[in-house]
Design a protein around this ligand. Structure first.
Ligand SMILES: CC(C)(COP(=O)(O)OP(=O)(O)OC[C@H]1O[C@@H](n2cnc3c(N)ncnc32)[C@H](O)[C@@H]1OP(=O)(O)O)[C@@H](O)C(=O)NCCC(=O)NCCS
Length: 173
């Protein structure tokens, strides 16, 4: 499989079962605050809620009809409507083949060119250097360190806050 063979398309209601497998893949669970107790029913309700929410934007990587990755953007409300929170996951057995980069690039383009989002923020485990590097390569900068912010593998771990800002387009900017 080459990354180009994957189709990047919007999330659909039939994708919940495939995405459940992605969500429970060990490295995805570890990197995204997932829990091994997540049930298929609870996950299906989460996917349905995402589909109903007009402020949620989700793209999936589809290989021959099977979804193996996703990127999600949650747009803020009111005075935070210029800002959005990003999350991304690629199933362990498809990682490292360029899919994460493609998903990230497609969502950044959607945010920049269509959604008028000038700030994308995210949180990532501080010791996940390769993932931090991926975000830095796309213009995300480190904003701060949340110490012992999340439990992982039996220990509290530090979490980095990162954000990518577009130049200020306000009249005074
Ligand atoms: C992070 C993630 C989405 C990247 O997707 P991917 O398809 O593996 O990414 P790519 O193949 O496009 O690789 C992008 C770059 O990240 C690096 N990389 C990403 N995750 C890595 C990992 N776990 N270990 C080593 N390198 C990794 C690759 O080496 C590559 O670097 P390069 O472009 O300099 O070669 C995927 O690894 C994943 O789902 N990880 C677990 C969940 C997670 O941590 N999500 C992010 C939470 S903030």
């Amino acid at each position: 499989m080459r990354p180009r063979d994957a189709r990047i398309r919007p999330l659909g209601s039939g994708d919940a079962a495939d995405l459940y497998r992605v969500r429970l893949a060990p490295r995805v669970m570890e990197g995204t605050l997932g829990l091994p107790t997540l049930t298929p029913d609870r996950w299906r309700r989460e996917v349905e809620a995402m589909l109903q929410n007009p402020d949620n934007h989700c793209l999936v990587a589809d290989i021959d009809g099977e979804v193996v990755g996703a990127v999600n953007l949650d747009v803020g409300r009111g005075r935070k409507s210029h800002s959005a929170t990003l999350g991304i996951m690629v199933r362990d057995d498809f990682a490292g083949r360029g899919l994460g980069s493609r998903l990230l690039d497609e969502m950044i383009s959607a945010a920049d060119d269509w959604l008028a989002i000038s700030r994308i923020e995210l949180e990532v485990f501080a010791d996940h250097g390769a993932v931090v590097g991926l975000y830095e390569s796309r213009g995300f900068a480190r904003e701060g360190l949340k110490r012992r912010a999340a439990f992982r593998g039996g220990e509290y771990r530090d979490v980095l806050v990162m954000a990518r800002l577009l130049p200020d387009k306000s009249p005074s900017g």
